[in-house]
Design a protein around this ligand. Structure first.
Ligand SMILES: [Zn+2]
Ligand SMILES: [Zn+2]
Length: 125
């Protein structure tokens, strides 16, 4: 597909990888800082395309807008209720399949969301 490697698409993908779990607005702000003439519609369209094609993940959270995810593979998240940041839950076994998952459960989606305080916010309280 011709548009597969447009500079806008690459910039959006690179930005999601930098921010790890941004919402669309955060991606737009960061992209616009690098390339001021890009439109919000272009950023949003590329985000949705990248998510549909499985290059990035989409995370639904119980609070606010969907987040996009640098890691497209299904895994569980921790959301900080103070700063709103979303993290890959480091304390919870992530359901990555074993190399041969035949005869085992094949996880196709995962919506576990832990909520609490991230280490930085926990220190402030
Ligand atoms: Zn926090
Ligand atoms: Zn994630």
């Amino acid at each position: 597909m011709e548009r597969r490697n447009t500079p806008q698409r690459r910039l959006v993908l690179e930005t999601v990888r930098e921010l790890m779990h941004p919402d669309a607005e955060q991606v737009y702000e960061r992209v616009a800082a690098k390339k001021p003439n890009i439109s919000k519609a272009t950023v949003y369209r590329n985000l949705n395309l990248l998510a549909e094609e499985g290059e990035i993940g989409r995370v639904r959270t119980a609070a606010g807008a969907d987040r996009f995810d640098h890691d497209a593979y299904r895994h569980c998240h921790f959301r900080c209720r103070a700063c709103g940041k979303v993290f890959d839950a480091p304390f919870f076994p992530q359901p990555y399949p074993s190399p041969a998952h035949e005869g085992e459960f094949l996880v196709e989606s995962c919506n576990v969301e832990f909520v609490g305080l991230c280490p930085a916010c926990d220190k402030k309280q």
